[in-house]
Design a protein around this ligand. Structure first.
Ligand SMILES: Nc1ncnc2c1ncn2[C@@H]1O[C@H](COP(=O)(O)OP(=O)(O)O)[C@@H](O)[C@H]1O
Ligand SMILES: [Mg+2]
Length: 252
């Protein structure tokens, strides 16, 4: 990532209110092509609501966003086609195997069968499910399901991935595995990723920049070094994302 890279997402005072509650409060942030942005914050901070607005799945109460050059409010259908969205709770068909699941998703996305077979093979290889390709998803571990979920969102060749807590409920090894996969998508395919996760140690390893959302407000965004400097001042000491996060959390 560098500053000349194309802007994939930009928001201007993006706001969502539910009744009296402001779930997302004047959010301003930029996501650039080829970047992994770690989108952090406690439960209820407004992360999922932000993603839904960026996809045109819920209307902002104020402000605006541009996603891949489009306004998600007016061009929701096109925007959705460009985003590979993996929601917090991915639904699976337990009776299908991985190949059947991907065939189904490919058909839903209008991908011709001549292309889909080759693509499915490549994707199963990429996410490390080749040898389990004909096992029913019912018998998959949570980590395997999440990797299948990534393959499902990649099948339509999205411009950007929105991964909403993909490591939730994974054991350390499975979380690491998934994080390595996300890092490879960036390194080998220049994928742009907006990643929300509570696995701060893992997020730290692969994120170019992070944003910390608390009570609907993005209280910080930048590189780890920049945030450490903002909160702890200049110094030689290295701070972990966890230490930085907790400092923002305690002080706002
Ligand atoms: N459809 C909804 N109706 C009312 N309140 C909602 C709705 N969706 C989310 N909220 C509220 O908005 C806040 C932000 O939620 P959410 O975006 O899901 O946070 P996060 O993804 O960071 O955990 C929470 O307080 C949540 O209860
Ligand atoms: Mg959420």
């Amino acid at each position: 990532m560098d500053m000349d890279d194309a802007i994939v997402v930009q928001t201007r005072d993006l706001t969502k209110r539910y009744g009296d509650q402001t779930a997302v409060d004047r959010l301003n942030f930029t996501l650039r092509e080829g970047e992994i942005f770690g989108f952090l914050g406690p439960n209820g901070a407004g992360k999922t609501t932000t993603l839904l607005m960026l996809m045109g799945l819920t209307q902002p109460s104020g402000g605006s966003a541009v996603v891949c050059g489009l306004d998600p409010v007016r061009r929701a259908k096109e925007v959705k086609r460009l985003i590979g969205y993996m929601p917090e709770n991915v639904g699976f068909y337990p009776e299908l195997d991985a190949v059947q699941s991907l065939e189904y998703i490919a058909a839903l996305n209008g991908i011709p069968e001549s292309d889909s077979q080759r693509k499915i093979g490549e994707l199963l290889d990429l996410v490390g499910l080749k040898k389990d390709a004909h096992k029913k998803v019912a018998n998959y571990s949570r980590g395997m399901r999440q990797r299948l979920g990534i393959a499902e969102v990649l099948i339509k060749d999205p411009k950007v991935l929105f991964l909403d807590e993909p490591t939730l409920g994974l054991d350390p090894e499975a979380a690491l595995n998934l994080i390595d996969l996300i890092a490879r998508l960036k390194q080998e395919h220049n994928m742009t990723v907006l990643l929300s996760s509570h696995h701060l140690h893992q997020v730290q390893k692969i994120s170019d920049r992070v944003g910390i959302m608390i009570n609907g407000k993005l209280v910080a965004q930048g590189t780890l070094e920049a945030l450490a400097q903002e909160k702890f001042g200049l110094g030689d000491q290295k701070y972990s994302l966890e230490e930085i996060y907790m400092k923002y959390f305690q002080e706002g």
